[in-house]
Structure formats: structure tokens, C-alpha cells
Design a protein around this ligand. Sequence first.
Ligand code: 4NP
Length: 154
Amino acid sequence: MRVLFVCLGNICRSPTAEGVLRHKLREAGLADRVEVASAGTGDWHVGKAPDKRSQAAAQLRGYDLSTQRARQVSRADFATYDLILAMDNSNLRNLEALQPAMGKAELDLFLRRYQSQVDEVPDPYYDGEQGFEQVLDLIEHASDLLVIELKGRL
Ligand code: 4NP
């Protein structure tokens, strides 16, 4: 199984989701069964490490994002990944516009799929620290449910 998280810049939300899911898969003994990655719909930050604020907030909860580097999502990703999960509705619309007719990937909105109370992971880029904590809260909850889904599918 291959899972790809997508946000706008690939320096805040989707790297956080990548780090959190990878950690939870390791805890569940599924690290070698599921490949996790992330990408952005935009290209402004390609090659950069995750935002320092995302790294710091994640580190406090035990997730290491430091080795990740931003990249832009491509049409080829729809052939590589089984599940592509968008962080907000704008990301989802951009992915739908990019999606080839024959891609194998299932495309969905991350939080909506896991019945969270909110549909979108809010963009924290222009927010204070509180925004990064909220991103982590939402992603941790949905990732627990995603791990349960993955266990059932493997
Ligand atoms: P992300 O956050 O999509 O969660 O990585 C953002 C990062 C950078 C920008 C916007 C959102 N930006 O406009 O540069």
C-alpha cells in the first residue's frame, strides 16, 4: 500500500501527516507494509525541509520531520499511490484537475474520510503556534482511523 498526503506548500500540513502516520504505522507493526509520502500542489518550497514551526510542534509529540524535503505532486503520483489524501477542499479541487482518467489512486479529503468534526486541516502558515497544535490534533486523530483502515485492507 502506498499513501500520499497533499497540501499546498508541502512544508506544514502534509509533512506533518507523513511523519505522524509513519510513526503510528511503526507502532502498529505495519511500517514495512505501507509506504507514506507527501507533496504540495504548489512548487514554491520544493527541496525545502518542513517549516521550523511544524518541526518544533511535531518534535514535542515525538515525530521527527527533519529529513523530509518538499516536492510538487505530479500526474505520475496517481499511478504510484493507492490513496491520495488532500488536506483541504482547495487541494482536493487542484488534485481532481490533475487526476488522469486511468490513475489507480483513490482520491479523498483526509478528515472527511475519517469522520472528523471538521472537513479541512486549516492552513497554519500565517497563524501562530496554536494553529500548528490544531493541525497536529486533527492529523493524529484521523491517522489513528487511517491505521485501522489500512490494517483491514492489508
Ligand atoms: P502547507 O502550508 O500547505 O500546509 O505546507 C503552506 C505553506 C506555504 C504557503 C502556504 C501554505 N505559502 O503560501 O508559501
